[in-house]
Design a protein around this ligand. Structure first.
Ligand code: BGC
Ligand code: NOJ
Length: 814
C-alpha cells in the first residue's frame, strides 16, 4: 500500500494520506537554523544544537506519537467551525490533503468547506529563521469571513532542562510584544544574549503568548479555546509556558486568494548591546527588526525560496545519473543525496527517533557521513573534519561524540570504542580524493580541544593508526575496547545491573577480547593512509604502514578465518564469536562485509567464500541481517547485542548501514547482479509499494528493518539519521556505478547488472564537468575508456591539463 507518490520532476514526495503509519518527516534548514517537520506539521526548531538551543518545544513519546508543531488553524467566522489544513491537530475530514516534502521545504495543505489553504515552510539560506507562507483561497461561490491562526510553543532553550526542571521553569518564562511581533526572551535578563521571535505580515486581530490563555484550561491543541471563541486574548506570559500565536482576519470574495507570511526566528545580540534603552530590560531590536521586516514581505519570501531551490539544484547537479532502474535514479539523484545532507548536519542528534537530547555529533558517525556528503559541500566537510579531529585524544583515541554548539567532546554516550580513530582516516581520505586539497593535512589541530596541543592534522592520522598497534590482543588482532562499529558488542562490560547503560558503564580494561572487524578496518584505513603518505613523498613511512597492514592481513586469514567465513571476534575468555563452533551468532555481517570491502581474501578465494556464506546465512528478501542465529537469551559476556529481542537492532536486525559493505564486497568480486540486488532490497523507493509493512518514509533510508526472527519482519524503524545514507550512496555511486574518486583523479569502474545496456552520468569533479556514457557490449566488467574521443590506458580519467572545463568520457564494458 502507498500513502503518496514520488514527484521526481519537482524533487518532491507527495503524501496524500495524512494518517501515515509513522510521522513522515522532512528537515528544514541546512546550515545553522534547523527544523523537523512532519507531514501533519508536527515538529520543532533549533539553532545549531537540538539540546542546548531548542527554539520550540516538542514532546517525544507522545500520544498520538506526533503532536505539537507549527500549527495553523482556520475558522469560519460565520459558521464558527474551525479546522487545521495540515490535518493535525484537529483531524477534520479534509479534501485534497497533500504534504509535499521537497529539498529543504515542505508544503502542507488541503481544502475544507470550500476554503483551500496551504502553508509552505522553509528556512532561507544564510538566515536563522523559518518562513511560513500561508495561502488561503476562497473556492466558494459566496464571500467567506475567515480567521487564520498560527501557533507555536516556545522551548526554554535547554531541551533537557525544559522537559524536567519544572520547579524552576514555571517561573522564568518572559516575552515582549512589539509592533505585533512576539519575542521570547526567557533568561535574556540574565546570561543569555539570544532570543526567539514569531512575527506576522498582517496587522493582527490578536495574539497570545500564554499557553493557557490560548488553549484554555484542560484542553489540548486539538481545540484551543481562543480559536473556538474566534478571538485571541492578547495574553502576556509570565512564567508557565510561553507560546506564540497570531490571529488574522480575512474577508475573501469568491475566488480570492490571500497570502500571510509568518516568520519564526532566532537572534543574538552582542553582550554589551542587549538592551534598548541601555540599562533597561527591553530587548534591543535594532538588528533583528530589519531581518523580520525583510522576510515578512511575500516577494522577499518568494525570492528566498527561489534561492533555496537553486542551491539544491546546484548541489544535486554535482552528480546525476540515468540508469534503467528508476529507484536507483531517484535515490541517487534526489533523495539519498538529500538524506546525506541531513546526516551531515544532524549526525545522530535530532529526528523522530533521536530526541535531540540523547546524542550529539558522533566521531565514528560524522566521519562516515562524509563519504556521502563531501562532494556536495567540500568546505563544510573540511570544517567538520577539523572539528572532529580537534576532539581526538592525545592517545589517538576519541570521545564518542561532541556537542554541536560547544564542539567539545564528551563521554555521555561512552568512550573507548576502539574502531573510532580509524574513521578519521577514512573521512580525511574521502575529502582528499574529492578535493585534492592537501593543505588540510598541514592544518594545526589540537588534541581534546586543548590550546597549545596543536599538531598538523596529518599527525592525528598517524596517531589514529598507531592507536590500534598499541592495543593488540593475544592473537595479534585489535582489542575491541568498549565495542567496535557494533556499539552493542560489549565484550568487556559484563553488566548484570538492570537499567545500567551498556554504553557508559565502567568496563574492565580487557586485554583479551579482540575484533576481527577492527582488523579489517585497520587494513582498509592503513592502505588509505599509506597512499596519502606516498603522495606526501613519505615513501618509507608508506611502506611501514603497508608492512603493518600485510601483517594484519595474515593474522586475519590465520586467526580471523573460520573455514567458510570471517570470524567476528574473540570474547574476554578467548572464545570465538561468529563461528560455526558457536551455538548462536555463528556468522556476522560486519567482519565479512568489511574484510572483503578492504580487499582481504580476494586472491585466495576466501573473499568469495565469505560473500557466499553471507548470502546463504544472512541475506533475506528485506535485506541482510546482522547475524545468525539470533541470540535467544541474554549473554553476560556479549552485552547489549543480546539485550534486544531476536530480529531487532543489532540482534539480527537488518542494519541497513552495513548492507552496503556486502554490496561493495560483491562489486569487488565483480558480481554486479548481486550487488545491485542487495541494493534494491533495502532501497526505500523500491519498497514504497509495501508501505504498510515498511511503515517508514519511502524516500529515505531507515537504520533498521526488522529481521527474519522478528514477528514484524520487514518493518523499518529509525529513519533519516543513520550511516545507511552515506554508505548506500557511496556503494551505488562509487562501486556499482563505479564512478569513484581517487587521489589520482576520477576512476571509472562500473560493476552493474548484466541486464543493463549501460547508463549515463554527469559528475562535476574538481571544477570539471565529466559527461560519462557507459555502454555494455559484453557481460563482464572490463572497461575500455575514451576521453573526448581518445582512448586512454587504465581507468583513471586524467584531469584536463589545458583548462577544459568539460570532458566527455565513453566507457565500453565487455
Ligand atoms: C543502539 C545502537 C547505538 C547505541 C549508542 C544502542 O542502544 O542499539 O544502535 O549506536 O545505543 O547510542
Ligand atoms: C548506531 C550508531 O550511531 C553507530 O555509530 C553504530 O555503528 C551503529 N548504531 C551500530 O551499533
Amino acid at each position: 500500500m502507498k500513502f503518496g507518490y514520488f514527484d521526481d520532476r519537482n524533487r518532491e514526495y507527495v503524501i496524500t494520506t495524512p494518517d501515515t503509519p509513522l510521522p513522515w518527516i522532512n528537515y528544514l534548514g541546512c546550515q545553522a537554523y534547523f527544523g523537523i517537520v512532519s507531514n501533519t506539521a508536527g515538529g520543532y526548531s533549533f539553532y545549531r544544537d537540538a539540546r542546548l538551543r531548542r527554539i520550540t518545544r516538542y514532546r517525544y513519546n507522545n500520544v498520538p506519537l506526533d503532536l505539537g508543531g507549527r500549527y495553523v488553524y482556520l475558522r469560519d467566522d460565520e459558521s464558527k467551525e474551525f479546522w487545521s489544513p495540515s490535518w493535525q491537530p484537529t483531524r477534520n475530514d479534509l479534501k485534497d490533503y497533500a504534504c509535499r516534502h521537497g529539498m529543504g521545504y515542505s508544503v502542507i495543505g488541503s481544502t475544507y468547506t470550500g476554503i483551500e489553504a496551504h502553508t509552505r515552510y522553509f528556512v532561507p539560506l544564510d538566515e536563522n529563521l523559518e518562513i511560513w507562507q500561508l495561502t488561503v483561497t476562497n473556492r466558494r461561490a459566496t464571500r467567506a469571513r475567515i480567521s487564520a491562526f498560527a501557533s507555536i510553543e516556545f522551548c526554554l532553550w535547554d531541551a533537557q532542562d525544559d522537559a524536567t526542571n519544572f520547579q524552576r521553569n514555571f517561573n522564568t518564562g518572559q516575552v515582549e510584544v512589539e509592533d505585533g511581533a512576539i519575542y521570547h526572551k526567557t533568561e535574556y535578563r540574565e546570561r543569555r544574549d539570544h532570543f526567539a521571535y514569531f512575527a506576522c505580515s498582517e496587522s493582527g486581530a490578536g495574539f497570545d503568548t500564554q499557553r493557557e490563555a490560548f488553549l484554555g484550561r484542560s484542553r489540548g491543541w486539538e481545540n484551543p479555546a481562543a480559536v473556538e471563541a474566534g478571538q485571541l486574548t492578547n495574553s502576556i506570559a509570565h512564567g508557565w509556558s510561553p507560546i506564540g500565536a497570531h490571529q488574522v482576519k480575512l474577508d475573501l470574495a469568491p475566488g480570492e486568494t490571500r497570502q500571510i507570511v509568518f516568520v519564526l526566528g532566532y537572534h543574538e545580540n552582542p553582550k554589551d548591546q542587549k538592551f534598548d534603552p541601555p540599562g533597561s530590560q527591553i530587548i534591543n531590536k535594532k538588528t533583528v527588526k530589519p531581518v523580520i521586516d525583510k522576510y515578512l514581505a511575500p516577494q522577499q519570501a518568494d525570492a528566498a525560496f527561489e534561492r533555496l531551490r537553486q542551491y539544491w539544484e546546484g548541489l544535486l547537479g554535482i552528480f546525476q545519473v540515468d540508469t534503467p532502474d528508476i529507484h536507483t535514479n531517484r535515490m541517487v539523484n534526489i533523495w539519498n543525496a538529500y538524506q546525506c545532507m541531513a546526516t551531515f548536519n544532524m549526525s545522530r542528534s535530532a529526528s523522530f527517533y533521536e530526541s535531540g537530547i540523547g546524542r550529539g555529533l558522533g566521531f565514528r558517525d560524522s566521519n562516515q557521513d562524509l563519504l556521502g556528503f563531501v562532494h556536495m559541500a567540500p568546505a563544510r566537510a573540511r570544517e567538520r573534519i577539523l572539528d572532529l579531529a580537534s576532539t581526538q585524544l592525545p592517545t589517538g583515541g576519541a570521545y564518542h561524540q561532541y556537542q554541536p554548539l560547544t564542539k567539545r567532546g564528551n563521554n555521555d554516550i561512552g568512550g573507548g570504542f576502539n574502531d573510532d580513530p580509524h574513521w578519521l582516516i577514512v573521512g580525511v581520505s574521502a575529502y582528499l580524493k574529492e578535493t585534492g586539497d592537501w593543505s588540510i593535512l598541514d592544518e594545526p589541530v589540537p588534541y581534546d580541544n586543548e590550546p597549545g596541543s596543536e599538531k598538523p592534522l596529518y599527525e592525528h592520522l598517524q596517531r589514529s593508526f598507531r592507536y590500534t598497534l598499541e592495543r593488540l590482543g593475544p592473537h595479534g588482532l585489535p582489542l575491541i575496547g568498549r565495542a567496535d562499529w557494533n556499539d552493542c558488542l560489549n565484550l568487556n562490560c559484563f553488566s548484570d545491573t538492570p537499567g545500567q547503560s551498556f554504553q557508559t558503564t565502567t568496563n574492565k580494561d580487557g586485554k583479551v577480547a579482540e575484533s576481527v572487524f577492527i582488523a579489517g578496518l585497520f587494513v582498509h584505513a592503513g592502505r588509505e593512509l599509506a597512499a596519502i603518505a606516498r603522495r606526501r613523498g613519505l615513501a618509507a613511512e608508506a611502506a611501514s604502514y603497508l608492512a603493518e597492514v600485510a601483517k594484519m592481513e595474515k593474522i586475519i586469514l590465520q586467526h580471523g578465518w573460520d573455514g567458510e567465513w570471517f570470524l567476528r571476534a574473540y570474547d574476554d575468555f578467548g572464545a570465538k564469536i561468529g563461528s560455526k563452533e558457536c551455538e548462536e551468532g555463528k556468522i556476522f555481517i560486519e567482519s565479512n562485509g568489511f574484510c572483503v570491502l578492504a580487499g582481504i581474501g580476494l586472491e585466495d578465494g576466501k573473499a568469495a567464500q565469505a560473500m557466499e556464506a553471507t548470502r546463504t546465512h544472512l541475506a533475506t528478501k528485506h535485506g541482510i541481517v546482522v547475524q545468525q542465529p539470533a541470540y535467544s537469551r541474554y549473554y553476560l559476556n556479549l552485552g547489549e547485542i543480546s539485550s534486544y529481542p531476536p530480529g531487532y537492532k543489532e540482534n539480527a536486525g537488518i542494519f541497513c548501514h552495513v548492507n552496503p559493505w556486502v554490496m561493495i564486497g560483491e562489486a569487488r568480486l565483480g558480481h554486479g547482479d548481486r550487488a545491485h540486488d542487495y541494493y534494491s532490497r533495502i532501497n526505500p523507493s523500491a519498497r514504497e509499494e509495501i508501505g504498510d509493512l515498511h511503515r517508514c518514509e519511502p524516500y529515505v533510508y531507515a537504520q533498521m528493518i526488522a529481521g527474519k526472527d522478528a514477528p514484524t519482519f520487514g518493518e523499518a524503524k529509525n529513519s533519516w539519521l543513520t550511516g545507511t545514507a552515506a554508505w548506500n550512496y557511496y556503494a551505488i555511486v562509487q562501486w556499482i556505478l563505479g564512478i569513484r574518486t581517487s587521489l589520482e583523479g576520477l576512476e571509472i569502474a562500473p560493476v552493474i547488472p548484466r541486464s543493463w545496456p549501460g547508463f549515463t552520468a554527469t559528475r562535476i569533479f574538481r571544477g570539471v564537468v565529466y559527461r560519462i556514457d557507459i555502454e555494455r557490449k559484453g557481460e563482464g566488467n572490463r572497461i575500455a575508456l575514451t576521453v573526448d574521443g581518445e582512448p586512454i590506458v587504465g581507468n583513471v580519467v586524467p584531469p584536463p591539463t589545458d583548462g577544459r572545463k568539460e570532458v566527455s568520457v565513453k566507457g565500453v564494458l565487455t
